[in-house]
Design a protein around this ligand. Structure first.
Ligand SMILES: Cc1cc2nc3c(=O)[nH]c(=O)nc-3n(C[C@H](O)[C@H](O)[C@H](O)COP(=O)(O)OP(=O)(O)OC[C@H]3O[C@@H](n4cnc5c(N)ncnc54)[C@H](O)[C@@H]3O)c2cc1C
Length: 399
């Protein structure tokens, strides 16, 4: 076990941090208020190779792993300019297509995802299914060689500036009549695909959307790992589940990395302020009433980061079981711990700055809600605790 990063990882961390510093909170804040994506930063990060770090080299990616992609996301968030779609486009979708796409699908999607020129959104959540994704009803029916998708999705991020989307749907199994999951990737300008922004209280550049899929007609090869014989072929019952699970651990690791970065941003602001602000003739950071909660938040953040790095290291070493196994457990725990730690950092940072904690200039009031998102998405705190109770502790399934 080596807790030191390699020279390449240290250099990467430095390069991403420098990019983040050039953009930072001052660049992000007005765009977040206007709900505009961080397009310039996204493009530059893409050109610098930071978006496609985990994509195989043969598809113009960095050929590195989830550790490196998480590291990049952490550094951007720590600089106050996190890119939410890094969780979705390269981490979830890039992983699923790299591992399960046909050679044609890889060639079609991966180079664009790697360079950042193609942003691929990811839609699984449905209004009536919520956390219970086994209950999704977006259905793909076969019509000749085509697939026809119908259904609704909710809270899907970044669709307005995404060129493509990966939708989790279900196909009807001709033999059994049962609905079984299937993943489809297609351009966002496909006829029948509409979306409407949801008004959200959280102020961030990427908006969330309600999706309407009304008879979206897709060619046979939109189905990930498409099977030319269609749903009647003996395509393994669990093929799409395996595809979906492949995206879950990267998603959790990336969510954890974003939270760790946000926590660092909040702590940096708080510590700087506590060292400079003086109201009793000495810096307010002298008072243990402020120093200890900040120190506690730092400890919790470092512990969460360690778990995130463990999950990424295990993932990159090839253990990618989603429902069990060390990587699934550590990815879930990291996501949980990082969300809690970053909320604690943001809360204590607001407290440290007093009135300025809620002044827009410092960006901490908004960060409180931003950090809190990670308790809900991409998977809620309670669903992680359900996972840990069941798989780590061996308690009965509760739902
Ligand atoms: C900012 C943001 C961005 C998002 N981006 C995307 C995206 O890009 N793509 C996408 O598909 N989705 C996205 N989501 C949706 C997100 O994944 C869901 O909101 C999340 O999975 C929770 O589902 P829900 O909102 O339907 O809550 P519900 O499932 O209705 O849950 C409500 C509450 O009940 C709790 N609960 C539910 N079941 C149980 C149980 N068995 N035991 C204990 N407690 C339970 C939950 O933990 C939660 O606290 C996003 C959400 C947000 C807020």
């Amino acid at each position: 076990m080596d807790f030191r990063e390699t020279d390449e990882q240290i250099a990467l961390r430095k390069a991403v941090a420098e990019l983040g510093k050039r953009y930072g909170h001052d660049y992000t804040a007005p765009r977040a208020l206007a709900r505009e994506p961080l397009t310039e930063l996204w493009r530059e990060a893409g050109r610098s190779g930071f978006i496609g770090l985990n994509i195989p080299e043969e598809y113009d990616g960095g050929g590195a792993g989830m550790y490196e992609l998480a590291l990049a996301s952490e550094e951007l968030n720590a600089a106050g300019c996190g890119l939410l779609m890094m969780v979705v486009s390269p981490a979830i979708n890039g992983t699923i297509i790299s591992r399960f796409g046909t050679p044609e699908q890889k060639q079609r999607w991966l180079p664009g995802i790697a360079s950042g020129e193609t942003i691929m959104a990811f839609g699984i959540t449905e209004p009536d299914a919520g956390s219970n994704s086994h209950n999704i009803t977006t259905t793909a029916r076969r019509d000749g060689d085509d697939w026809v998708l119908s259904g609704r999705k909710v809270f899907v991020s970044g669709v307005d500036h995404a060129q493509a989307i990966l939708i989790v749907a279900r196909t009807e199994d001709a033999r059994t009549g049962k609905l079984k999951p299937a993943l489809f990737a297609f351009p966002t300008d496909t006829p029948g695909f509409e979306y409407r922004a949801i008004d959200m209280d959280v102020v961030m550049p990427d908006r969330q959307f309600l999706l309407f899929l009304d008879d979206v007609r897709l060619p046979a090869d939109a189905l990930i790992g498409c099977d030319p014989l269609g749903s009647q072929a003996p395509r393994g019952e669990n093929t799409a589940l395996a595809q979906l699970f492949a995206g879950l651990n990267p998603e959790r690791i990336m969510a954890a990395a974003g939270s760790v970065g946000m926590g660092r941003y909040a702590l940096d602001r708080a510590v700087k302020y506590a060292n400079e602000r003086s109201v009793w003739g000495k810096p307010i950071g002298t008072h243990q009433g402020l120093a200890h909660p900040l120190a506690k938040a730092k400890v919790e953040l470092e512990l969460a980061k360690l778990m995130m790095q463990k999950a990424a290291t295990l993932y990159d070493s090839g253990d990618d079981g989603a429902d069990s196994g060390a990587v699934g457990e550590s990815a879930n725990m990291a996501k949980y711990a990082a969300a809690e730690a970053s909320v604690a950092c943001a809360d204590q940072a607001v407290q440290t700055l007093g009135g300025n904690g809620l002044a827009s200039e410092y960006g901490l009031g908004n960060l409180l809600i931003g950090a809190r998102v990670a308790r809900i998405a991409p998977v809620s705190r309670e669903m992680i605790l359900n996972f840990v109770a069941q798989f780590s502790l061996g308690l009965p399934k509760s739902y």
